[in-house]
Design a protein around this ligand. Structure first.
Ligand SMILES: *Cc1c(COP(=O)(O)O)cnc(C)c1O
Length: 375
């Protein structure tokens, strides 16, 4: 664990972001996506805060392991957990976990549905089904809807608790054909179920990109992930009337281990990358062992008004930042260095520069970086 290299999570900002979200989607229940360690922010603290202070009672994980951690850490808190991808219902330890801890597996195949229906222990358990409406990843095929209806009837089940599907392309404008087509298929699925006498209690389709574009908000639930942590998930070209403008919940800071002067061409670090020019090098106490990958090499990073550039390879434990002499940069050992702060524009620029999606940069922050929580 590091000291002074930390990811500062400000729950007041999360609170503000949830309020902003409720302005956009006042009628929808929030199913808050907290997979991948709550997008790097810390699974248990985020859920605990959201239940205790934000009135959010439904959460989405990717794996049963994540759900198990939540139930174990917060046994007295009342909330619902869905497991979306790594369901593994056929394994005894997983199915027992779902049954005993009230964790809702989202069934994505006829095989998994058959398993649940056939298993008597699940006979009163809520059925959550995910359909493939065009994402072509996980999900029951639309063409198999009648099979699903027949199976439900065979086992005397009259209700789907929560019907899901997932958009493939909401980072682009939803006016494009793909999202429209997916959503119309979803509506058709719902109508067909109803016509077949199968009730649907809840339904959801909108992720951040859809919510930002106020799309698919007719469903009972929305499933925001990224936007609640701050960043917009839309690409620049997907202009909307009221852009999502929220602060980042977390800011990432490290500190300067040492500085030293170099002359142009001095070989620096592993592989001996020549210094860009005469100047100073600041060694930062963060590296790929903390979640700052090697593709940061060459990136421009600001220290107040000084513009540094990552020089040479990012190491496991540190990285070198170069400032040309002409800048007369005052950086010195012990200084704090902020990789990104609460300003969404800075983070967006960084992601663009690195050609990485915001999701990835957040999720890969490793456990060696301590999370500091501000309430
Ligand atoms: C991750 C995820 C979301 C949230 O996506 P964002 O783009 O982060 O809002 C919604 N639904 C499912 C099924 C997911 O896996």
């Amino acid at each position: 664990m590091r000291f002074h290299t930390d990811f500062n999570v400000d729950f007041k900002i999360l609170d503000a972001n949830v309020s902003k979200l409720k302005n956009i989607a006042p009628k929808n229940n929030i199913l808050f996506m907290v997979k991948a360690n709550a997008y790097g922010h810390g699974l248990v603290p985020v859920v605990k805060f959201a239940v205790e202070n934000l009135g959010i009672t439904e959460f989405g994980c990717a794996t049963s392991g994540e759900a198990k951690i939540l139930r174990q850490a917060l046994p007295k808190h009342k909330f619902e957990i869905y497991v979306f991808s790594d369901v593994q219902i056929e394994f005894k330890n997983c199915s027992e976990l779902y049954l005993n801890q009230r964790i809702l597996p989202v069934l994505c195949s006829i095989e998994d549905l058959t398993y649940v229906l056939h298993n008597n222990d699940f006979r009163h358990f809520p059925l959550c089904l995910k359909f493939n409406t065009g994402m072509n990843r996980l999900g029951i095929e639309v063409k198999d809807q009648q099979k699903v209806v027949d199976l439900l009837k065979k086992y005397n089940r009259k209700e789907i608790y929560h019907l899901f599907s997932h958009f493939s392309s909401t980072l682009l404008s939803v006016k494009k054909q793909r999202s429209q087509l997916q959503y119309s298929r979803f509506i058709e699925l719902k109508n067909n179920f109803k016509a077949s006498g199968i009730e649907i209690q809840y339904s959801s389709m909108a992720n951040s990109g859809a919510i930002e574009q106020e799309f698919a908000l007719e469903e009972t639930h929305i499933r925001p992930g990224l936007m609640l942590y701050g960043p917009s998930s839309l690409l620049d070209q997907s202009i909307v009337e009221n852009p999502w403008n929220a602060q980042l919940v977390g800011y990432l800071k490290t500190y300067v281990l040492q500085t030293f002067e170099v002359t142009r061409g001095t070989p620096i670090g592993y592989g001996g990358t020549p210094a860009y020019d005469d100047g100073i090098v600041a060694l930062l106490a963060i590296g790929y062992g903390d979640g700052i990958p090697t593709y940061f090499q060459g990136a421009h990073l600001k220290h107040y008004n000084f513009e540094g550039r990552v020089l040479g390879r990012v190491n496991m434990d540190m990285m070198q930042l170069f400032f040309p002499k002409s800048q007369k940069c005052t950086i010195k050992s012990g200084d704090s260095f902020c990789l990104w702060n609460h300003d969404p524009a800075i983070f967006r620029e960084l992601c663009k520069q690195l050609n990485v999606i915001p999701y990835e940069l957040m999720c890969q922050l490793m456990t060696r970086i301590s999370r500091t929580y501000h309430y």
